[in-house]
Design a protein around this ligand. Structure first.
Ligand code: HEC
Ligand code: HEC
Ligand code: HEC
Ligand code: HEC
Ligand code: HEC
Ligand code: HEC
Length: 511
């Protein structure tokens, strides 16, 4: 077929096969979807914050319609082409001719313009409304925030309170953004259909590797030296005796170039890779560890001699590469144990230490079996008030203000650390940073993990920290050199701590 010049120009402007009802419908769909996307993105830019539901809408729902639109156009073209092949050139649809001198054509055009304007106004109002609805208390309160409330509350109390959730959970880059949006869409579905697990299981499988999140802000090469920490404890006696433990934690460094490759951040030494196999989901039982020196290629394997893996188990397992989150697994969502919550409230003065036995009583009040927040508030008040009424009536009469204050402080600690609706509390999410109430470092540093050449993974109390001072009053001790003090257990337990971990007795409540 020879085309005239005019025909060539027309064919260039609109492929002729595309003139059919199906392709036209696809085209309209494409146009409207693109319009909505522009409006939604412009709105997000003007409002200046991003909203997860808006994100799901713009980046997942709308592109889906874009694809359908394009598909319709192509399918329409395909069928027209087949028709033309079958029936010859006659079947080629005639181009519509628009002639504005005809009133019918003019009116149609006016209607289309009016329709488009109406659509734009509607979609601006509509998406603005949807945006605000998804931000609103009813929507968040009822759909999502019951699920995330524990993490959100703990986060507000953490060092990272000013770091966006997405800085750790998504991080920069398109790949993880899409991945998180996909799992986000499933999560929205799970929440709407009430299918989500309570509590949310950890470790989170698809959490982005630490190199790409934490290391945006924390630079492993710069760690060196030690960090001082004071652990404030109060004993379970009548006087709530103060027992501080003041320690230098040997954080150390991770960079061979600066020479600081000793200490705790040794694990993050750029030159060595540490991998391990865990038996359980929560990664609390670690019988097998492999370290590889990247320069020499030397491999050392440590196994728990008391309870080793079989060769088949090792072959079947996929070792996990150790990263920041294997120790700092609760950087932003620490749920305080009852012991720690009460110690904290006493140390800040929220609970007055002069109230006899308050450490023990407040802790008892916290661990009652409560189904809801309201039940807990009543239960806590009840436990504490009746205890003092019955056991210390004189003290109670003279100091009712102090006791009321202790009740309020205990209820506050409950509200920040216990979430009965989500079944979240400290023992659901073990913290791996120390070894006091969960195995933490002593998942590996047990004293029974040995390498094939007989080296032992240290359990020496001085390998990781030096005690500068401990105890108070007559029993206070201060270190005289950088070696630090020998640990002294505040109660006489026959030096049991030398053989078994603190966490075997201290589980977050009175041992
Ligand atoms: C400093 C980094 C960081 C920030 C900021 C952060 N998270 Fe997390 N989040 C983590 C880590 C690490 C885990 C635990 C991962 C694991 O154990 O697998 C986690 C776990 C969670 C979990 C799983 C349940 C749990 O408690 O372990 C939820 C839900 C969650 N975060 C929500 C949020 C929300 C909502 C925000 C913002 C209000 C937020 N996170 C901010 C690092 C962070
Ligand atoms: C967007 C930046 C940012 C990201 C991402 C981030 N942090 Fe932090 N982090 C900070 C800042 C800022 C501080 C210091 C807060 C202060 O000094 O009070 C901090 C403090 C810390 C501390 C010391 C807290 C303490 O109580 O002593 C640890 C540990 C830590 N971050 C671990 C992590 C881990 C693990 C991750 C990854 C899951 C992470 N951070 C991700 C900004 C970040
Ligand atoms: C073997 C466990 C372990 C690993 C792995 C680990 N840390 Fe730490 N880190 C610690 C301990 C223990 C401390 C001491 C402070 C404490 O007790 O909370 C600490 C302290 C810190 C601090 C605060 C002190 C400082 O020097 O600024 C930051 C920030 C930190 N770590 C970030 C990281 C980052 C980022 C990674 C990953 C590259 C990482 N850590 C890997 C155990 C670890
Ligand atoms: C997954 C197992 C594992 C966990 C968990 C673990 N470590 Fe280690 N740690 C190792 C291995 C393996 C070595 C290397 C032993 C060697 O030198 O061959 C090591 C070495 C060390 C060293 C000696 C570094 C040096 O100077 O040579 C210190 C200190 C240390 N770890 C502290 C900690 C602390 C503190 C924690 C908890 C916050 C912890 N580790 C958790 C496996 C682990
Ligand atoms: C593998 C390293 C490692 C070894 C070995 C180790 N610790 Fe620790 N220990 C830590 C870390 C890390 C912390 C800090 C936890 C934190 O920041 O919350 C800690 C915390 C403590 C605390 C304060 C706990 C609290 O919450 O009040 C005491 C006390 C303590 N260790 C005593 C000991 C004694 C005694 C031994 C010897 C039996 C020992 N540690 C062996 C790493 C170690
Ligand atoms: C054999 C069990 C056992 C082991 C192991 C053990 N403790 Fe204790 N601990 C106790 C008992 C029992 C008390 C006293 C409780 C009471 O007064 O009712 C106690 C009290 C304490 C107290 C004062 C009260 C409190 O909870 O704050 C501290 C601090 C303490 N232990 C620290 C440690 C540390 C650190 C370790 C590990 C190095 C450890 N304990 C190992 C049984 C143990």
């Amino acid at each position: 077929m020879i085309l005239s010049d005019e025909q060539k120009v027309k064919r260039f402007v609109v492929p002729r096969y595309a003139i059919n009802k199906l392709s036209f419908a696809g085209f309209v769909m494409l146009l409207f979807t693109a319009g909505t996307m522009v409006v939604a993105l412009a709105l997000a830019a003007i409002i200046g914050e991003s909203n997860p539901y808006m994100g799901i809408f713009v980046y997942m729902v709308l592109p889906f319609f874009l694809l359908i639109g394009m598909g319709l156009i192509l399918i329409g073209m395909y069928f027209t082409r087949r028709k033309v092949k079958r029936l010859g050139d006659e079947a080629i649809p005639r181009r519509p001719r628009i002639d504005l001198s005809k009133s019918a054509h003019r009116n149609t055009m006016y209607m289309i313009i009016a329709g488009v304007l109406f659509y734009i106004v509607l979609s601006v109002v509509g998406s603005y409304g949807a945006y605000h609805h998804s931000e609103s208390v009813e929507f968040c309160g009822e759909t999502c925030h019951v699920v995330m409330e524990p993490e959100r509350v703990a986060y507000r109390n953490s060092t990272h309170a000013r770091v966006a959730c997405t800085a750790c959970h998504v991080g920069p880059g398109a790949g993880w953004y899409a991945k998180s949006k996909l799992s986000g869409a499933y999560q929205v579905y799970a929440v709407l259909t009430d299918k989500f697990p309570r509590p949310i299981p950890t470790p989170i499988d698809n959490l982005r590797p630490a190199q790409e999140t934490c290391e945006q802000c924390h630079w492993p090469e710069k760690f060196f030296g030690a960090q001082q920490r004071i652990f404030d404890h109060y004993m379970y006696d009548k006087e709530n005796t103060y027992w501080p433990i003041n320690m230098l934690i040997k954080t150390g460094g991770g960079s061979p170039t600066t020479g600081h490759t000793s200490g705790i951040h040794w694990h993050m030494n750029i030159q060595t890779e540490v991998e391990y196999i865990a038996r359980d989901e929560k990664r609390q039982d670690i019988p097998w560890i492999r370290i590889t020196d990247r320069q020499t290629g030397r491999v050392t394997i440590y196994q728990n001699d008391d309870d080793p893996l079989t060769d088949e188990e090792i072959a079947a397992a996929v070792p996990r590469k150790m990263d920041c989150m294997d120790c700092h697994n609760r950087p932003s969502h620490k749920f305080r144990s009852p012991t720690y919550a009460v110690d904290y409230a006493i140390s800040t003065g929220a609970i007055d230490r002069s109230i006899p036995e308050i450490k023990r009583v407040a802790e008892q009040a916290l661990i009652g079996d409560y189904a809801t927040r309201e039940e807990a508030e009543h239960g806590i008040a009840n436990t504490i008030l009746t205890f003092y009424l019955n056991n210390y009536p004189d003290f109670n009469r003279e100091n009712i203000g102090l006791i009321d204050q202790a009740v309020a402080a205990t209820q506050y600690q409950y509200s920040q650390n216990f979430f009965p609706e989500m079944k979240v509390r400290w023992d659901e999410y073990p913290d791996n940073i120390g070894h006091f109430i969960s195995p933490g470092c002593m998942r590996c540093h047990t004293g029974s993990h040995r390498s094939s050449d007989g080296r032992e993974l240290t359990r020496d109390c001085r390998a990781c920290h030096a005690i500068i001072a401990q105890g108070t009053g007559d029993r206070a001790q201060m270190a005289v050199n950088e070696e630090g003090l020998d640990f002294e257990h505040p109660e006489d337990i026959d030096d049991a701590w030398k053989e078994i971990g603190c966490f075997e007795c201290h589980t977050g409540t009175q041992p």
